[in-house]
Design a protein around this ligand. Sequence first.
Ligand SMILES: Nc1nc2c(c(=O)[nH]1)N[C@H]1C(S)=C(S)[C@@H](COP(=O)(O)OP(=O)(O)OC[C@H]3O[C@@H](n4cnc5c(N)ncnc54)[C@H](O)[C@@H]3O)O[C@H]1N2
Ligand code: MOO
Length: 385
Amino acid sequence: MLKPQEAFQIVQDIPVPRQKVQVPLIDCLGGILMEDLVADRDFPPFDRVMMDGIAISNVMIRTWKVEGTAYAGEVQKTLVDPNAAWEIMTGSPLPKNAVAVIKVEDLEFVEKEGERWVSCKNESIDRGNFIHQRGSDILQGQVILKKGTRLKANQIAIAASIGYSKLWIERLGEIHVFSTGDELVPIEATPLDHQIRSSNSIMMQSALKHVGIASQHHHLPDDPTIIHQALTTSLVKSDILLLSGGVSAGKKDYIPGILKDLGFEAKFHKIAQKPGKPLWVGSRADGKVIFAFPGNPISTLVCFSIYFLSWLQDKKTSFPQVKITGLPAPLANLDHWIPIQWTSEQQAQVLKHNGSGDLVHWQHADALAWQKANDTSEVLIYFPL
Ligand SMILES: Nc1nc2c(c(=O)[nH]1)N[C@H]1C(S)=C(S)[C@@H](COP(=O)(O)OP(=O)(O)OC[C@H]3O[C@@H](n4cnc5c(N)ncnc54)[C@H](O)[C@@H]3O)O[C@H]1N2
Ligand code: MOO
């Protein structure tokens, strides 16, 4: 049977299916840019004043007559008298002939016989002071955002500043999440004695929502015809399906067979790990990918977090180490994911629980310690939850 690290690598090597779409800029976050974007003008487009204060051309004198006031949003002014100054505000174009800006905190203004004068005690005034020079960030016609860039908020701002209200991007489509099993009822239902409320799908959908991915949920009974039909319909719209339940050895564990009938090739079915042994992952020639998680809530949680989310987010999973008290004896043939809780910054203790169907005790888990088969060490690597 596959070791977790082998399974992890196989999953990482599956291409994440993405859709090519043109969407409003507000919806582009997290998408991958499909074209180079070019600066439509110099940035900044004019010599931009960086501080509220005055703009001057003579840096050798310390008192200037004020010729006028220039605000952001006004056309560029001209400093006519070489020994005079313009009062200027942050964001305004530097007046023609000015060579430096002095900030208002270093200035004193006085009114004399109907004229406004300004003086400054600074010892030296450097030319270019507080001037964000035209084209110093980028010149018109140069590539400002490269094709293939994953768009974060600051890159969305750049696209806006060069006039793109829509972009062509590659992004994840909606993920379809399926719970399966005749024993499951919706959250709001009152279960009969032999029934339980479904919790796996809302767990996965919440985690997806947290990372900004839209999903929809459907429940399926243990009926192969209905499952086959529902998955066929879903695969027309969605590139990634997440299923929980029906993948182990029970008489109604139909999922692997149905996925084969739908044209999916299993990358693997079963990993030498506990919990989560019967995880099924596969893909189809059209690039669609299905993760079918073992139904026990903790098995779904562990497989979803460790294998699926790291794949989806293209994250190199980091595995730091911690010293752990209360470890059980290692298993002979399976790697063991053990819930641990921090006792200090350096140490953690094992949480007692009743197996992978026990959501209650696992609520306190801060991380999953990875105890490899036959490994008796008390210092283990872990996966934060
Ligand atoms: N003979 C064997 N039996 C089992 C094996 C095995 O190798 N041989 N593997 C065990 C392991 S490990 C796991 S994990 C489970 C996984 O089984 P399935 O994927 O077939 O899941 P189900 O049988 O459908 O359900 C298992 C358990 O989880 C509950 N469940 C399912 N879906 C949900 C949900 N959406 N919300 C909450 N709880 C859910 C379900 O009611 C069952 O109690 O199989 C072992 N058996
Ligand atoms: O995934 Mo199973 O939890 O080992 O019961």
